[in-house]
Design a protein around this ligand. Structure first.
Ligand code: SAM
Length: 214
């Protein structure tokens, strides 16, 4: 089956059927060629309903998880978003389709290099990349309309929360290193309003305000 058709089926069966309604997210998921962010050996599985390995012990998230996390950020063309955990760059591309500007931080240099190359090849010009500990944020460009953390954290990293705009939203898996609760954190009058959504499993967020490196 050709990839465009697989992508349409992925969106219909895994994303729309499970309740994602934001048209911007749906259009982005229909457009971005997920298989190109993976090794050719696994292209046939690229549109399956599961995460896949991307090397360095890390994973590309399940398509539904990418869609739902993006939807919960409530972004549009005027938004400036910070992503922690570039990984393969697939989620970064989805954000770049929807937002005016994306800033993304990855702690593993080899992944950052590969993701940056892929996203540049695909023609994205609204993404800024950084290698380092994303739990410290990217202060020079703050505050952000949205902050997306694509790794599991023991708590809301305070520095990251301080870089969120008033009225902005952070989406973050919070829990232990085996399972977490996907949580939306809104900033209202400078305070955190936390809305737990559902259980999930992410690789650990490693850094000063995350987990210690093993
Ligand atoms: N969104 C990615 C994608 O579409 O491929 C998947 C991200 S993967 C589940 C989580 C990523 O977070 C890994 O690449 C990992 O190296 C990275 N990571 C973990 N702790 C980090 C930190 N403190 N700062 C930046 N990246 C971090």
């Amino acid at each position: 089956m050709e990839f465009e058709k697989k992508r349409r089926l992925m969106v219909e069966n895994q994303i729309v059927r499970r309740g994602v309604t934001d048209e911007r997210v749906i259009q982005a998921m229909l457009k971005v060629p997920r298989h190109l962010f993976l090794e050719e050996a696994v292209w046939e599985s690229a549109y399956g309903d599961f995460p896949l390995p991307i090397g360095e012990g890390q994973t590309i998230s399940q398509p539904y998880m990418v869609a739902v996390m993006t939807e919960k950020l409530e972004l549009d063309k005027d938004s400036c978003v910070l992503e922690i955990g570039t990984g393969s760059g697939y989620q970064t591309a989805i954000l770049a389709e929807i937002c005016g500007q994306v800033f993304t931080i990855e702690r593993i240099a080899a992944l950052e290099k590969r993701a940056r190359k892929k996203l540049e090849e695909l023609g994205y010009t609204n993404i800024a990349f950084k290698i380092g500990d994303g739990t410290l944020g990217w202060s020079g460009l703050a505050p952000y309309n949205g902050i997306l953390i694509t790794a599991g954290s023991p708590k809301v990293p305070e520095l990251l929360f301080s870089q969120l705009k008033e009225g902005g939203r952070m989406v973050i898996p919070i829990g232990n290193s085996f399972s977490q609760i996907l949580t939306v954190v809104r900033k209202k009058d400078g305070k955190k309003i936390e809305e737990p959504c559902f259980g999930c499993t992410f690789v650990p967020l490693i850094g000063r305000e995350g987990w210690e490196d093993a």
